[in-house]
Design a protein around this ligand. Structure first.
Ligand code: SF4
Length: 425
């Protein structure tokens, strides 16, 4: 068994020895993307496992070991980890947890401390916790973000966004029920092999995979009778995670609409850009700002290639980051970047402008920054775009699911009515 080593602050360090022996549990935060993130981890010699549980036991573990004042995403992630460590049938002394640390002004940066506190309370204080961050917090000799690994993580998000977009554009129109899900499962398996490459950059290879994916979706048979589109925006965890939003995507698709979810990559670009913005406005290392700007530029170049392939195949494509940012001119300041900040407002405007005026704005209960940039902007958005049909849904472990569904159904029935009126006018 690996010997536990601690840093000066008493934190357990994830060592080289642990890298060989330990399984790293990854919380399911975004189903389309985290599958590939875990593939990238495993291709780099880690033993990573994605937690797919969504049952009530884990919610209870979260409520038991995290204070009810903490953000719902933190409570659910903590609950999912503790539930898995207790139940998984793996050696508790050979398991580590990994969690993202944003480093922004929001409480998300402290989830890691809350998780360690919860582990202690659950008598699991010997479980190492790895911080996944781009700021160099908490060094671990057994977990290093090499340039190739970083590039694979970047690819995982690109593939995740592409897959999510294609599934959402195709599934509501498939002629054969289940065809899209089956195709996705086959492509996921294929991608598992893709991540095993040893190249630093794999542009040509990834472009080839993307073209294959796009063509495979294009080749399925569809009934293209148009359906109303419903966008999902909100706090990053409850927006993407079925555990956080009570399987919102599924609920909406069952109602017969096409779901539109803005890409995950926009959130990362927004985070880089926000830091660059702060350096410019308040001072800070010029070199860091240049690197951040270069990162945004690089990702956009890669994303543009994906958009081009999608457009050529007849699919709709997400907006460019710069154009997205422009949408909030005169609506909300770019300095509003705690939580999802201006990005949340921009995504709503983008959806409205691109045929999806029906929006579910997912908000963790008590999430102040996103209530300001989400619900707090509804009046302004409604005055600018009277056709918008937006509903805010609070997500809380003790919220009534019936209430959530009733509010969603009301918004969907308005969406169908507006859609009918729009198509008959
Ligand atoms: S954005 Fe909201 S839910 Fe997320 S950490 Fe901040 S306050 Fe908590």
């Amino acid at each position: 068994m690996a010997t536990l080593k601690y840093d000066d602050n008493g934190r357990i360090i994830f060592t080289e020895e642990m890298r060989k022996e330990y399984t790293i549990l990854v919380p399911q935060m975004a189903p389309f993307h985290f599958e590939y993130l875990v593939d990238a981890f495993n291709s780099e010699g880690y033993k990573a496992e994605l937690l797919r549980t969504t049952d009530y036991d884990l919610i209870h573990e979260g409520m038991k070991y995290a204070h009810n004042d903490v953000c719902i995403p933190a409570m659910l992630v903590i609950g999912q980890f503790i539930d898995a460590v207790k139940k998984k049938g793996i050696d508790k002394h050979k398991v580590a947890l990994i969690i993202t640390q944003t480093g922004g002004g929001c409480r998300a940066s402290n989830y890691i401390a809350l998780l360690r506190k919860a582990l202690k309370k659950a008598h699991l204080e010997f479980v190492p916790v790895i911080s996944l961050n781009a700021n160099g917090f908490e060094k671990n000799p057994g977990f290093k973000l090499s340039p190739r690994f970083l590039h694979k993580l970047h690819d995982a998000i690109l593939f995740g966004d592409l897959m999510m977009d294609l599934v959402h554009q195709c599934r509501p129109y498939e002629k054969e029920a289940g065809a899209v899900n089956q195709l996705k499962a086959e492509l996921d398996e294929r991608l598992r092999h893709y991540f095993n490459h040893k190249q630093l950059f794999s542009w040509r290879k990834s472009k080839k995979e993307m073209r294959h994916i796009i063509n495979a979706f294009k080749a399925l048979e569809y009934d293209k009778t148009p359906k109303p589109k419903v966008g999902i925006v909100g706090e990053i965890y409850v927006k993407f995670s079925p555990l956080g939003n009570n399987h919102l995507e599924e609920t909406l698709e069952k109602e017969g609409v096409q779901v539109v979810v803005p890409p995950l990559y926009d959130f990362f670009l927004y985070s880089f850009d926000s830091r660059a913005h702060d350096i410019k406005r308040y001072g800070g290392p010029r070199k860091e700002r240049l690197v951040l700007n270069a990162l945004v530029w690089y990702v956009e170049v890669r994303r543009e290639k994906v958009r081009k392939m999608m457009r050529n195949a007849g699919f709709e494509t997400p907006i460019r980051y710069k154009a997205l940012k422009k949408l909030i001119d005169g609506v909300i300041d770019v300095g509003t970047h705690t939580g999802e900040g201006w990005l949340l407002t921009a995504e709503m405007i983008d959806l409205i402008k691109h045929d999806a005026p029906n929006i579910v704005c997912t908000q963790p209960f008590g999430c102040l920054p996103n209530h300001i940039a989400g619900k707090g902007m509804f009046k302004k958005i409604k005055s600018l775009y009277p056709s918008s049909n937006i509903v805010a849904i609070d997500y809380d472990t003790s919220a009534s699911e019936i209430n959530q569904v009733n509010r969603i159904n009301l918004m969907v029935s308005n969406a169908f009515r507006n859609f009918k009126e729009g198509s008959s006018s």
